[in-house]
Write a protein that binds this ligand. Structure first.
Ligand SMILES: Cc1ncc(COP(=O)(O)O)c(C=O)c1O
Length: 492
């Protein structure tokens, strides 16, 4: 004999607790009347395909609360007197058996790895994508915040514009025209909580469970999770050393593609002009949209900035996503969308649906920060600083692992890819060896990248983030890993 207990192995409740609750609720609702015999723990465990101990513990729990009793030699029975204290009569009238089912969580939730300021980190951490917090222009920021507060009147008490503070949208518009070479009227700009909210709005506008979305492979895990959360189908599009391969787009049924042309995530490839034009030609042909995630395009070292897709488009196909997370810091949660005009109204409505807009203070401070030229000088300063750190990584890897260094994606951004030479263990193992000596070396998959299927050579790639470490720290970290790998290989 068993019982029809529906067990979930992925929920929050343990199996033991689910069995306990099911029997308890049945007893309280009168479904199992006093005196009836329950299956033995062995039979129930077999019937439910759980460990016997799981059932024994659930039975012990029910016994301790007076719901059931075990009579030696006879079996387990529902008690004659059920204690009222556990579930008073007025609550009993709405017992689980009579309740309609709870609304189920409607979207699958799966986010990429989130590391926050409280996460424990290794001593020398080559994690991806964080700017150095010590470089945040704190003094200027404090002054600008104070100034905004001094002038604040109605801003403190009333909702702002749902699309974002007009002053900030104007400042971004001007900044884009000089730094990214395209004209974005402030009316097409929506301020968001980072690139993530921008992507979320775009998904809510254009993606449903029948949509096919083309995503770079390998690519950015957060967009994959987002697209999956809406139930859309994903068409992976191959990426090579130059970035997304436009011809591959034509093999998909997609009319929407997400891409990171300025610094492909995770490979760091910079999409050549002809490919940019080819991506736009594809969008024109299918009359679709290209989501251009320009997340770290402000931080460039050895090359002129590449033309944004949005600069080659004529306000028709490109949805441009910008973020201040890499240039200033992810903590301020500020990003923006530049949309083709026909999407603006719906996007503002969606922004409004989820947040009614966002706090004005940081927006106003950022607007002044850009307008007064501080953003430009900040960018100049961090480019010089991060270039030196990137060079320190390259130099240290050369020094400790030899001149035949295979690195890529290092002309901009806050990370580069190191392809490990054949004589070293693979990336996962190197990462574990580094971790054992308190150094964080990560595979791209650990720090927010995904790959669909198996990509040749990906098991030998490490993603080295360097913005938060000084050149001296970089050198010590790399040296420490080199020593640990050498020890490991000697022991093998
Ligand atoms: C590819 C990519 N896009 C966007 C972002 C920035 O997201 P947000 O602006 O929401 O912090 C990141 C951050 O890691 C990223 O790697």
């Amino acid at each position: 004999m068993s019982l029809p207990i529906p067990l979930s192995r992925s929920g929050n409740l343990s199996l033991q607790e689910q069995i306990y609750r099911f029997i308890r609720d049945k007893i309280l609702s009168g479904g199992y009347r006093s005196g009836i015999q329950l299956p033995s723990s062995r039979d129930l465990a077999e019937g439910l395909q759980v460990a016997r101990n799981t059932v024994t513990l659930a039975y012990e729990w029910l016994t301790s609360e007076g719901y059931i009793e075990t009579r030696r030699g006879a079996g387990t029975f529902v008690c004659k007197v059920v204690p009222d204290i556990v579930d008073p009569p007025q609550q009993r009238s709405r017992s689980a058996a009579q309740e309609p089912p709870r609304p189920a969580i409607a979207i699958p939730f799966d986010t990429s790895v989130m590391v926050n300021k409280n996460t424990a980190r290794p001593q020398f951490d080559f994690w991806y994508g964080r700017p150095d917090a010590r470089q945040f222009p704190l003094k200027t920021w404090r002054r600008l915040i104070t100034e905004q507060l001094t002038q604040a009147t109605r801003s403190l008490a009333e909702y702002g514009e749902q699309a974002g503070e007009i002053g900030l949208r104007q400042a971004i518009s001007e900044h884009l025209s000089t730094s990214r070479g395209f004209t974005a009227d402030p009316s097409r700009i929506i301020i968001t909580f980072g690139a993530q909210e921008a992507l979320n709005i775009v998904c809510r506008l254009l993606v449903n469970d029948r949509t096919v979305v083309a995503l770079e492979n390998p690519g950015y895990a957060s967009i994959v999770a987002l697209v999956r959360s809406v139930g859309a189908m994903i068409a992976p599009v191959a990426v090579d050393e130059e970035g997304i391969i436009p011809e591959a787009l034509h093999e998909t049924r997609a009319t929407l593609v997400y891409t990171t042309p300025s610094h492909q995530f995770p490979t760091g490839a910079v999409l050549p002009l002809e490919r940019r034009q080819a991506v736009l030609a594809w969008a024109e042909k299918v009359n679709g949209y290209v989501i251009e995630d320009d997340y770290d395009s402000e931080i460039i070292y050895d090359r002129p900035p590449s033309a944004a897709l949005a600069a080659l488009d004529s306000n028709r196909h490109v949805i441009y996503v910008g973020s201040f997370s890499k240039s200033l810091g992810a903590g301020i949660r500020l990003g923006f969308l530049v949309l083709p005009s026909e999407l603006v109204e719906a996007a503002v409505a969606h922004k409004s649906l989820s947040t009614f807009g966002q706090p004005w203070l940081e927006q106003a401070a950022l607007a002044a920060f850009i307008r007064e030229g501080h953003f430009r000088s900040h960018l100049r300063r961090i480019r010089t600083l991060y270039r030196a750190r990137r060079d320190a990584v390259i130099e240290s890897l050369r020094r400790y692992f030899g001149d035949e260094l295979a690195i890529s994606g290092h002309s901009s951004g806050l990370h580069l890819i190191w392809t490990l030479p054949e004589h070293l263990p693979d990336a996962k193992e190197v990462s574990a060896i580094a971790r054992a000596v308190d150094v964080g070396f990560y595979t791209p998959w650990r720090v927010g990248a995904v790959e669909f299927g198996r990509i040749d050579g990906s098991e030998r790639r490490l993603l080295i983030g360097y913005a938060c470490l000084t050149p001296a720290e970089i050198q010590t970290g790399v040296k420490r890993v080199a020593g640990a790998i050498a020890d490991h290989m000697r022991r093998r």
